[in-house]
Write a protein that binds this ligand. Structure first.
Ligand code: PLP
Length: 473
């Protein structure tokens, strides 16, 4: 083993190979300490391989063999950790992949907001200090019919801020059927406890009646609350109290009704053949006093949490010191305003907001897109894979339309090289640039064109070519 260690190239030689050798252009703009770290990590990795007995012959330590591995390793080592990926999963609002892709007008607004000074907190009408919250409030009110609005860091923050502002030290009545956990870190009972509000659970897991809420109301009650159960659905012998009924009860007892919509939508998906999610406007019209929803789920905007509702409650929320800690930054505000403006015309929203366009894509559009993707892949990697188009299903994600399948057409690949397992292919594709995330179905690697753009087809083809050749790193 010792003689193998002696064959390892020196640090200087590895560094020179990267900084002044054939790959110098790739590393010219990389901070030097990072290139050094890459070289060190490469050599450390080789030592580990020798120790583990994975490298036992001299040939695999020859400079010719190592030279290309070094460049490949270093290129991936020095890449920013935060990267673009190709989402071929068909899950539109994929929380692990950054949820919503922004429309072009929002991208432009973000660039402007970060490249220049702005009127973030400067009232151009008076030349005096202004409020950042006023930048999106009137649009939110116009789009939802609410009296007042504020946007904060995300919907978890929105729910927390509402409870802390309006219900601290007092009771909030919630149905047991709605005490859900969302995405592992947002649990209604825990958020409630942190906010200082006291959870008053009512009903049974599967059934809650209006009389359960009525019986729970007492002198300590601060609010009645409903929570969208998002990615969880109960079937069978179930009952929840509708918003109309709960709002009538709230009015009768002079208690605010808080609705956490989760995803929330400003677009009526029923027009696109997807009934079942009320719009935020419907919820306001039904009489909810305070409503919260996410900016980056079905809305298709940046990460944000929107709170809308009656002015008396919003005034209290805005004055809470926590509102400052949870406030939006200027780039997010710029993106949010740009996205909201598109909703002023629903037809434009559906066309321009990628999240809406992807959710509303018709089976025919998706079949055409799948055939086009299949053609691109056959042309470029047809020698490595059997390519077929099959019917399949996509999901909206983000807790919207839970358990509902959207019909799509999948492009499925089967490696012709029997030694390439489909799971290994999936794993190799995580190391291409950009990585390609798809799904394995029926022993095939499948791409759902719903969440891929046409310009991304050639990137997917390159990733597959690289993975098939084994030259990914
Ligand atoms: C997603 C969700 C949240 C959390 O929203 P974020 O924007 O991810 O913070 C809260 N409540 C419900 C019902 C949700 O679906």
């Amino acid at each position: 083993m010792n003689h193998l260690f002696r064959l390892l190239p020196s640090m200087d030689r590895v560094l020179a190979h990267l900084e002044s050798g054939p790959h110098m252009a790739d590393f010219a703009h990389v901070p030097r300490p990072l290139v050094r770290e890459a070289a060190q990590a490469f050599l450390d990795g080789l030592r580990e391989e020798i120790k583990a007995g994975l490298v036992a012959d001299e040939a695999s330590l020859s400079w010719d063999t190592l030279a290309s591995r070094i460049a490949c390793f270093a290129r991936s080592f020095v890449r920013p950790r935060f990267r673009r990926v190709l989402n071929a999963t068909g899950v539109v609002v994929h929380t692990n992949l950054g949820r919503s892709v922004l429309p072009e007008s929002a991208v432009t607004a973000v660039i402007d907001a970060c490249r220049h000074y702005s009127n973030l907190e400067f009232d151009l009408a008076t030349g005096q200090r202004g409020s950042r919250h006023s930048l999106v409030e009137s649009l939110l009110c116009q789009l939802t019919g609410a009296e007042a609005a504020i946007a904060v860091n995300n919907n978890a923050a929105a729910v927390f801020l509402v409870l802390e502002s309006l219900c601290k030290g007092r009771e909030v009545v919630v149905s047991r059927g709605q005490l859900v956990e969302i995405g592992g870190s947002f649990r209604v009972p825990e958020v409630m406890a942190k906010s200082g509000a006291i959870l008053r659970e009512v009903g049974a897991t599967n059934r809650t009646h209006l009389r359960d809420y009525e019986a729970a109301i007492g002198p300590d009650t601060a609010a009645l609350m409903r929570v969208h159960t998002s990615n969880f659905r109960m079937i069978g012998f179930t009952k929840e109290v509708g918003l109309d009924e709960l709002c009538a009860l709230g009015r009768e007892r002079a208690l605010p009704v808080i609705e956490d919509l989760g995803s929330g939508t400003l677009y009526d998906f029923a027009q696109a053949g997807l009934p079942g999610e009320p719009t935020v406007r419907d919820v306001v019209a039904a009489g909810a006093d305070v409503v919260t929803f996410s900016g980056d789920k079905m809305l298709g905007g940046p990460q944000a949490g929107v709170i809308i509702g009656k002015r008396e409650h919003l005034d209290v929320i805005r004055k809470n010191q926590l509102a400052r800690a949870l406030r939006l930054d200027k780039m997010t505000l710029a993106a949010l305003e740009a996205v909201l403006r598109l909703y002023l015309d629903p037809a434009i929203a559906r066309r321009e907001i990628p999240t809406l366009a992807m959710i509303c894509a018709t089976p025919k559009e998706l079949a055409d897109k799948a055939r086009r993707l299949a053609r691109t892949l056959k042309r470029s990697v047809g020698a490595h894979f059997e390519v077929s188009v099959r019917p399949g299903a996509s999901r909206v994600g983000g807790g919207a339309f839970p358990e509902r399948d959207l019909p799509t057409s999948l492009v499925c690949l089967y490696p012709l090289d029997a030694s390439l397992k489909v799971d290994d292919l999936r794993e190799r594709l995580l190391h291409t640039d950009p990585p390609l995330v798809g799904r394995v179905e029926d022993g095939r690697f499948c791409l759902d064109p719903r969440t891929l753009t046409i310009p991304e087809f050639t990137l997917a083809a390159s990733a597959l070519a690289l993975a098939a050749s084994g030259n990914h790193c």
